[in-house]
Design a binder for this molecule. Structure first.
Ligand SMILES: *Cc1c(COP(=O)(O)O)cnc(C)c1O
Length: 812
């Protein structure tokens, strides 16, 4: 029987790999991307990876040559001058642009190149800025310059321009979406007073869908604009064409000998990973002459007089547009990247990456749940293999449950990261493509924004619709194994083979039988948020019902953010202990010789009470003299200050919630803000997890080292008795004579993967990866429950305000 790889090679083998290059794909991965190890990196549309050999060459280059400022006259500056000149030529060659017709202006990135065009374009009130719906925000932003000058901005869809346009009438194939015009004081639309210039902008490859645009569009727009666009849009005037090739050029640079494009924006980290912060605008000479540069600077000015309006700008196009000193060391580095692409040949890179994308699309499209419904909805064009060739190496999709509801893309991202797969989710800075493929209307988009959705946040499904997608994208060094691991991950984590709802809304909790007897096994107090806590046989509750002194102190960085275990894992190595009879908090760290003593009584504090803002709320806090601050700064190897909550109940209520309730990473917003006072885990659930950790076959050997202790979950209370996950079903709970209410499961993040042993922090994928395999509810990975002290009939609870280890726990 053929292996999966043989099957793949049978179908895609002629496109896969670099049989004619200096190394095979497997050799490239083994020798030049050794650092990847088992990591599956699938965000090449975000940034591709640099090769280790490339970096060696850059290092050798920079350490063996002396590069001076290219504007100076020394030998080292002429070395720089030459290398910059050669680099320009290399960029032009990459796009097959004749140096007679085109110039290469270096910029700080593709965005800067696009902005330069927008800023200097000869807009007038009769101009049009027309752009395709599928465009990066950095292109859409040009419209602000256009509108400011009274020009019209028009979004178009060119969905129907394929297949090839030769000889066909195309006037019906472009649909205008929207034309807007801003009222600009002092400008009036009217008869053209001079030449009118219009700009048409589109990406060579959409960074959302992977759709490759036909560059013939450039020719059609320039030569036949009124036929396509209708005379209402274009009165007279000349059309210039801008291509955003930031994404597309990594595998298919635009051929400027064939297409009459005026401007092309590029970014080098998208081509070969390094350097970042460097891009280029390739500009046609006659288009460059139309641009109006306003700012002048060192580098762009030949002569100027300080106190009167006199300047003489430089003549050369590059010199005129490159303000200041170009990033000459980065520019010197790009040839080492081009060397790689040229040795493989960019056409082989395109075939190779396309074969991986085709395989991935095909496999994802074929996935079905046990009930026959589709697992994966792909965005873009892939109705036929032929169509697929119009797609770059991007696969964008969302996943569905057997019942047709959507998995949130954040869930996919979180689980992928646990499987060592790095991908990208959201709208990828391409709101037009996002709206188009996800079927979001303007009203949806506006109400999403009003519902608080902004880029980067955690709301991935609103009103039952995904508002972003999952994107995997391939680079020249991606392998079949990367693609295979990814599709295997989707299959194992999201496909449900049986005809039942996989990862449904309910965890299967087994209710404890009547004679089950639960008891309190341990009590842990964490005085300083995110630092180690201590166990107590008995501990008092404070007035509001949380454990006294629990998370009463926090550490704050110099920039004002509260330090958390997630960002500063070393905090877990700091241990603390409170002796109530002495009225002292003792703190120890492997990095400090002396242990720190802090008196619990208030008179020790500095007199100043500060106001700090935490998660959008203001708190009154006490600050400390220098001694504790110096101690913690040494313990953590970073400057920080200790603060203590000064509220009547001495609690960082909200803050504590963040630590306990949210356990929040990229997941959905906290729903119990202010409420989770205690975190409870059950010993039986921990044992069950440990059994699974050890039986997991693909984990290889299992030793005791794999096992986790209940402390890993930073619980306040550990209970014992009964069966694993009984606690899921609890609502009202009595411990001794105190009543508590469950707020539901605690959503877990990778903080539980930090092991803090023998003064060292180690990170792994466990136990979160295993929990994710069986404790997932709506994108959250639950373990343990959150409790809130309950008032009885609105009354404060009476009696002894202590909890004691050994007390019975009664879920009522
Ligand atoms: C990455 C990207 C950009 C932005 O490029 P920067 O160099 O980061 O400014 C613009 N457009 C597309 C299509 C991109 O993929």
């Amino acid at each position: 029987m053929a292996t999966a790889k043989e099957e793949f090679l049978k179908e895609f083998g002629e496109h896969y790999g670099y049989p004619n290059g200096p190394k095979t794909i497997d050799q490239i991965r083994a020798t030049e991307f050794n650092r990847l190890q088992d990591l599956v990196y699938l965000d090449h549309a975000g940034a591709t990876l640099y090769s280790e050999l490339q970096m060696d060459s850059v290092f050798k280059d920079l350490t063996s040559n002396v590069y001076g400022n290219p504007h100076s006259q020394s030998d080292s500056s002429s070395a720089t001058f030459e290398i910059v000149r050669d680099a320009r030529q290399q960029v032009l060659d990459y796009c097959n642009a004749s140096p007679k017709d085109y110039k290469c202006i270096f910029t700080s990135g593709a965005t800067a190149a696009l902005k330069m065009v927008g800023e200097a374009f000869p807009w007038s009130c009769n101009s049009n800025f027309m752009y395709t719906m599928e465009n990066h925000n950095s292109v859409l932003g040009i419209r602000e310059y256009a509108l400011d000058q009274g020009a019209a901005a028009i979004a178009v869809d060119i969905e129907d321009i394929h297949p090839r346009l030769e000889g066909e009438k195309v006037s019906t194939k472009i649909s205008l979406h929207q034309a807007q015009r801003r009222k600009v004081a002092g400008l009036q639309e009217g008869e053209p007073t001079g030449d009118v210039y219009n700009l048409f902008a589109f990406p060579s490859e959409c960074n959302f869908s992977g759709l490759r645009f036909d560059l013939d569009l450039a020719k059609i727009i320039k030569e036949d604009s009124s036929r396509i666009l209708g005379t209402s849009v274009c009165k007279n005037g000349r059309w210039l064409v801008l291509i955003d090739a930031a994404k597309g050029s990594a595998t298919m640079p635009p051929d400027l000998s064939k297409y009459p494009v005026d401007f092309v924006a590029l970014s080098f980290y998208k081509l070969f990973g390094y350097p970042t912060g460097l891009g280029a605008l390739i500009v046609k000479n006659d288009a460059a002459k139309l641009l109006k540069k306003s700012y002048f600077s060192g580098g762009t000015v030949a002569a100027s007089i300080a106190d009167i309006d006199f300047i003489k700008r430089r003549e050369g196009i590059e010199e005129l547009f490159e303000d200041g000193t170009v990033s000459f060391l980065s520019i010197a580095s790009i040839r080492h990247g081009f060397n790689i692409l040229n040795s493989l040949t960019v056409s082989a890179v395109s075939r190779h990456t396309t074969s991986l994308a085709l395989y991935t699309r095909k496999t994802l499209l074929a996935l079905r749940h046990g009930n026959g419904s589709r697992v994966c909805i792909l965005y873009g064009r892939h109705n036929s293999v032929e169509m697929c060739h119009e797609m770059g190496p991007i696969v964008s999709f969302n996943l569905k449950r057997p019942d047709g509801s959507w998995y949130g893309y954040r869930e996919v991202e979180k689980l992928a990261s646990l499987s060592g797969i790095q991908l990208r989710t959201g709208c990828f800075c391409n709101p037009g493509a996002c709206a188009k493929y996800l079927g979001l209307s303007h009203t949806d988009l506006i109400s999403n924004t009003e519902a608080g959705h902004v880029c980067w946040d955690d709301n991935d499904i609103i009103n039952g619709k995904p508002i972003g997608a999952v994107r995997v994208s391939f680079g020249y060094m991606s392998t079949y194994e990367d693609a295979k691991k990814f599709v295997d991950f989707v299959t194992s984590s999201f496909m449900s083979p049986q005809n039942h709802v996989h990862n449904g809304n309910q965890l299967k909790g087994v209710n404890g039988s009547l004679d089950t007897c639960y008891y309190l096994k341990s009590i842990t107090i964490y005085p300083i948020k995110s630092c180690g806590g201590f166990g107590a046989r008995s501990w008092p509750l404070s007035n509001n019902g949380s454990l006294k002194h629990d998370r009463e102190w926090i550490l704050k960085s110099l920039s004002g953010e509260v330090l958390t275990l997630k960002r500063v894992p070393e905090m877990g190595l700091i241990s603390s202990f409170i002796d109530l009879s002495q009225g002292m908090l003792f703190v120890e760290s492997p990095h400090c010789k002396e242990r720190l003593k802090i008196r619990l009584e208030l008179d020790f504090y500095d007199s100043t009470v500060q106001d700090i803002e935490l998660h959008g709320q203001r708190y009154k806090v006490y600050s400390y003299s220098n001694e504790p601050n110096a101690w913690f700064s040494e313990a953590l190897g970073r400057p920080c200050t200790l603060l203590r909550y000064s509220g009547s109940n001495h609690e960082f209520v909200l803050d504590k919630t963040k630590d306990v309730v949210s356990c929040k990473d990229t997941d959905s917003a906290v729903s119990f803000a202010n409420e989770g006072q205690f975190l409870l885990v059950s010993e039986e659930s921990v044992s069950d997890l440990n059994k699974r950790l050890c039986s997991d076959v693909h984990m290889g050997v299992c030793g005791t080292a794999m096992k986790v202790n209940a402390n890993r979950f930073r619980p306040n209370l550990v209970v014992s008795g009964g069966r694993p996950y009984d606690e899921d079903g609890w609502r009202d709970i009595r411990i001794g004579n105190k009543y508590f209410r469950s707020l539901g499961g605690c959503n877990r993040c990778h903080v539980i993967n930090l092991s803090l042993n023998a003064g060292r922090v180690q990170k792994s994928k466990e136990p979160l990866a295993t929990l994710a395999s069986y404790r997932r509810v709506k994108g959250r990975i639950l373990f343990g429950i959150l409790l809130k002290y309950a008032s009885v009939n609105g009354e404060q609870q009476q009696g002894d305000s202590w909890l004691h280890v050994g007390q019975e726990v009664h879920p009522d």
